[in-house]
Ligand binder design. Structure first.
Ligand code: THU
Length: 134
């Protein structure tokens, strides 16, 4: 897989981030096993809590177009360092596979991880089952 291409796409979409409140732009480019790429940027809201992160925008675009399996996601921010995904995004992505490769760059170095490394012991439906429950 061409990481550079995925990183470039994440940088492009980062420029469309709607960041009226934090001024912190994030861009994500999600490579599906189909070979297609879906991008997402963060979209903030006056209520703050209704803000959606770049990663989840990319996933919702892909899933609503029929994608089910994901290979890798590149994530870039407008900050100085690497922007690791928030807890909600880690949990959201875990629903669709723990082998997802995550590619980060601060513009100098590149770091890659698998989702299971960033979210050990992820919550799953199975674990939610209560003994004796119906
Ligand atoms: N943000 C993302 O887009 N992805 C993350 O994983 C972390 C945070 C956004 C949300 C908000 O618009 C801004 O970064 C500051 O938190």
């Amino acid at each position: 897989m061409d990481y550079e291409n995925l990183i470039e796409k994440a940088k492009e979409v980062r420029e469309r981030a709607y960041v009226k409140y934090s001024n912190f732009k994030v861009g994500a480019a999600l490579l599906c096993k189909s070979g297609r790429i879906y991008t997402g940027c963060n979209i903030e809201n006056a209520s703050y809590g209704a803000t959606i992160c770049a990663e989840r925008v990319a996933y919702t675009k892909a899933i609503s177009e029929g994608e089910k399996e994901f290979e890798a996601i590149a994530i870039v921010s407008s900050g100085d360092g690497i922007a690791y995904p928030c807890g909600i995004c880690r949990q959201f992505m875990s629903e669709f596979g723990m082998d997802l490769k995550l590619i980060f760059t601060d513009g100098h170095k590149i770091e890659t991880y698998r989702l299971h490394e960033l979210l050990p012991h992820a919550f799953t439906e199975f674990e939610a089952e209560v003994e004796g429950g119906s």
